[in-house]
Design a binder for this molecule. Structure first.
Ligand code: TXE
Length: 500
């Protein structure tokens, strides 16, 4: 298999990946194996061990041992930064390989995955700087007899459960930040897209990360994932996935050791377009916001909320754009939307498309599966005449399905945008600074875009309001979230005695 050529072929046989424990890849041995079929090509592409809760225990024990003997947490920030920078180089070196296997497992377009993996290099480089700049606080104003110091310490053993929509990117929005302060990690990727997480283990070890600091258990959510949420020796768990599983994790954490949680859950994100916007830019942005990754994106701009005076004209502009999106083989460089990643997700999206029609919404574009002779693909879809009580306007569809709702006033636009259980992201398109700032202030969302959408990078934190989650990942906060704060009072000189 040559991944450097621009016309990539399918692998001749599925590649066996192990799981990653104590600095080594461990083959499946006598464990059951799950075989992943490419959702775009219907052929087996990877095989991974179905780890058991016993394997999880071994991984947690390895992470705990590494944390307790301070082989990583005891290093200086500068030494940790050096490893993270080498890992960034390692990702750069193996970028094509990661992109190839991730494309095959996920059905995402190869050009898109390369961009995502390239972005992960920046995550490691930025977090390396944070490893050096992480610091606490001091209080020199408590009087001559006492000095106060606030220090940050790593939390300990951190579990990371990731989904299938951005397997490597979501992992890398967490791992370098979690490592920056000295934590150890046990990661569990989605059973549909595990390969790139195991490759990251190899890269980290080659970069000099001590054995045991980063481990990957491959396996199923209800067994290994649930066992992580219940585990008494995992100090913190970062979960990205469905709101339903998020609830199970909160319950399990409460019933076990009250582990600290970071949760990034669902979204139903508004794209608010005012009549005074650059409508050409906005139309392209709205099409990108819902089309990117086939809409399988927690921050997808799924709800178009558009000023009534331009609603028809603008919906037509968006429809023209979306009808030109190139859907097809993700190994083709020109493809913009690949396959729908899981069978269940494919059924869910088609179910919502049928429901939208049953609910009385008007199908403006798409609305059907695309038949390429293999794989599962869905045409970019737009619904008009949508009202905010419809399921397609309220529930996360997680597919390339846009709903259109008009508004007359600024207040109405804000109310429509906030009429959701979720609060992950929002975009506003206008040339009027007052409208842009008013909307940005009043719409509840953890990430906001003004005259753009889906922009991101290592510097700005990510996370949600309302039922979209708890906590923040990335940016300086992405390191701080994975630390404990310790307040220390230090007596200077002779203590004033309590008992005379
Ligand atoms: O998610 P799950 P699914 C949303 C999206 C999608 C829906 C269902 O709307 O249609 O979720 O997707 C692990 N304890 N998002 O079913 O099950 C699982 O193995 C611990 C939004 O795939 O939540 C995987 O690693 N872990 C989202 C991860 O949880 C468990 C991205 C996510 O899978 C578990 C994905 C359990 N009991 C889906 N059960 C986003 N925020 O981007 C499963 N898992």
């Amino acid at each position: 298999m040559d991944t450097s050529s621009t016309t990539l072929s399918l692998p001749e046989a599925p590649r066996d990946f192990g799981f990653f424990l104590n600095g080594q890849v461990i083959a499946a041995g006598d464990r059951d194996v799950f075989e992943r079929h490419s959702p775009a090509h219907d052929v087996p592409v990877t095989r991974l061990p179905k780890c058991t809760p016993d394997d999880l225990d071994r991984a947690v024990a390895a992470a705990r041992a590494a944390f307790v003997d301070r082989r990583w947490s005891g290093l200086s920030g500068a030494d940790r930064a050096a490893v993270l920078l080498k890992a960034a180089d390692g990702i750069r070196t193996r970028l094509d390989e990661i992109a190839y296997w991730e494309t095959l497992e996920s059905g995402k377009p190869i050009s898109q995955v390369r961009g995502e993996v390239g972005g992960c290099v920046g995550m490691f480089e930025y977090a390396a700087g944070l490893a050096r700049s992480l610091h606490g606080d001091s209080f020199n104003n408590l009087g001559d007899g006492i000095f106060g110091v606030v220090t940050r310490e790593p939390v300990g053993v951190v579990g990371i459960i990731t989904p299938w929509n951005f397997p490597f990117l979501i992992l890398c929005e967490r791992v370098p930040y979690v490592l920056a302060s000295g934590n150890s990690i046990v990661a569990k990727p989605s059973e549909f897209t595990s390969a790139s997480s195991v490759i990251l283990g190899e890269i980290l070890t080659e970069a000099g990360l001590p054995d045991g600091v980063f481990n990957v258990v491959t396996g199923l959510g209800p067994t290994v994932g649930q066992a992580m949420a219940e585990h008494m020796d995992i100090d913190m768990l970062s979960f990205t996935g469905s709101t339903r599983t998020g609830r199970a994790i909160v319950a399990a954490a409460g019933a076990s050791n009250f582990k600290k949680l970071g949760l990034e859950l669902g979204g139903k994100n508004p794209q608010i377009v005012f009549a005074d916007a650059d409508l050409e830019d906005a139309a392209d942005g709205v099409a990108f916001g819902i089309g990117f990754n086939g809409g399988q994106c927690c921050v997808s701009g799924a709800r178009l909320i558009v000023e009534a005076s331009v609603a028809d004209q603008f919906a037509k502009m968006v429809s023209d754009k979306m009808s030109k999106i190139v859907v097809g083989d993700p190994l083709d460089e020109a493809t913009q939307i690949g396959a729908i990643t899981t069978d269940a997700q494919n059924s869910t999206i088609l179910g919502y498309i049928a429901k939208g029609q049953d609910e009385g919404a008007e199908l403006v574009l798409g609305g059907a599966a695309l038949d390429f002779g293999r794989g599962q693909f869905i045409a970019p879809t737009i619904f008009g005449n949508v009202t905010s009580n419809m399921a397609i306007a309220r529930e996360e569809i997680f597919g390339p399905v846009l709903t259109v709702m008009p508004f007359d006033t600024l207040d109405e636009a804000i109310a429509l945008a906030n009429d959701s259980n979720y609060g992950l992201a929002a975009s506003v398109w206008t040339k009027n600074i007052d409208k842009a700032l008013t909307v940005t202030r009043q719409v509840q969302a953890g990430r906001f875009w003004v005259n753009t959408t889906l922009a991101g990078g290592p510097e700005l934190p990510i996370g949600g309001f309302k039922q979209s989650g708890w906590g923040r990942e990335a940016g300086a906060m992405g390191v701080e979230e994975y630390t404990q704060v310790k307040s220390t009072h230090i007596e200077i000189g002779k203590r004033t005695h309590w008992i005379g």
